[in-house]
Design a protein. Structure first.
Length: 343
């Protein structure tokens, strides 16, 4: 795919499977991830940006099957490949079920000024109105854009450019699948032009050699008692992320369970089941103040799946105080600034 001596940008495309690489299998009566990286690139047709592409097929899985260890291996492989001085940026095609988690994990462990851009699709590659080719073309343009350097890992979907810390899947099937509900997009791709209006800065970085798969995520509902929490502890959880009510509140029974877990050396991180806003230890009577007193750490504005990524990366290597300091950084993080990009 690359032409020797070409002055065009060289972009690495790492494929992992997902809907963007899926076709309907009538015998299985299901969508199946079967398309290769070369087939994905072939779907670009006239949308293909003027770049040279280098393909790496990391795996071919629906992202419901991508686990923490696979995601960490993906991030490490990307970090290795983009050390190539001839590569300007990287695009990762990924299923949308867990794309936001893989993108966020990659943003924590990849230290590079080069753009790393995740994208995917909501419609299979054999559908007439497939959204994969447009998303892939847009992602390649962002990865090749000098303006996207030093922006960390990005998600490009439906014409929007999002930071990995904010990108969240907000619709099960709509082609406008991803959004940043707190701060909005960093920019857009419009008719092939990459237009960035904000820049991400001073992003917290996590150095980790391994990831602990025994970190559980529990969402609270009305009347929640301690059964699910206690079951997680009993079954071997090394850390627990609690998607609590509102500002970060629970029930007295859950608070008691958190205290028991803390006594046993198990860290609990509190997030909110709400889609926007930060958690803070404000309320008593089973609320956030009681959770903090019981030993819980508050995750700021990180949603549950992303807080789990952070905790899984660090719980084995950092002490509780250090974990609390790291989540405090995320809690206070608002590293965005205006950037004037020539139109």
């Amino acid at each position: 795919m690359n032409t020797n001596g070409s002055r065009r940008p060289k972009i690495l495309v790492v494929s992992t499977g997902g809907t963007i690489a899926s076709r309907y299998d009538p015998r299985a009566r299901a969508m199946t991830s079967v398309g290769t990286g070369e087939e994905l690139v072939a779907t670009l047709g006239s949308l293909a940006p003027p770049v040279d592409l280098v393909l790496e097929e990391f795996c071919n899985l629906g992202s419901n099957r991508i686990d923490l260890e696979t995601s960490l291996r993906l991030a490490r492989r990307i970090a290795e490949l983009i050390r190539d001085d001839t590569v300007c940026g990287c695009v990762v095609t990924h299923g949308t079920d867990t794309l936001e988690e893989s993108a966020f994990l990659a943003s924590l462990v990849i230290a590079s000024s080069k753009p790393v851009v995740f994208t995917g699709a909501q419609r299979g590659m054999d559908e007439r109105d497939a959204d994969g080719p447009r998303n892939l073309a847009d992602a390649i343009r962002v990865a090749a854009s000098p303006d996207a350097r030093n922006m960390g890992v990005l998600v490009v979907f439906g014409g929007q450019v999002l930071s990995a810390i904010d990108a969240t899947k907000v619709h099960t099937s709509d082609v406008a699948a991803y959004a940043s509900s707190d701060f909005g997009p960093l920019g857009v791709v419009d008719n092939g032009a990459v237009l960035l209006s904000r820049r991400r800065t001073n992003y917290p970085v996590v150095k980790a050699d391994q990831i602990d798969t025994r970190v559980d995520l529990i969402t609270l509902a009305m009347g929640a008692d301690s059964r699910l929490f206690d079951a997680a502890v009993t079954s071997g959880a090394r850390g627990i992320v609690l998607e609590a009510f509102g500002r970060g509140n629970a029930t007295p029974q859950v608070v008691a369970a958190v205290k028991r877990a803390a006594t046993a050396g198990i860290v609990t991180v509190v997030t909110s089941r709400c889609p926007q806003g930060r958690v803070l230890p404000v309320y008593g009577d089973g609320g956030g103040r009681d959770l903090e007193d019981a030993g819980a750490i508050f995750a700021g504005r990180l949603r549950g799946p992303k807080a789990r990524i952070v905790l899984a990366l660090v719980q084995a290597s950092l002490k509780r105080k250090e974990i609390a300091e790291l989540f405090d950084l995320f809690g206070r993080y608002n590293g965005y600034g205006e950037v004037n990009v020539p139109r």
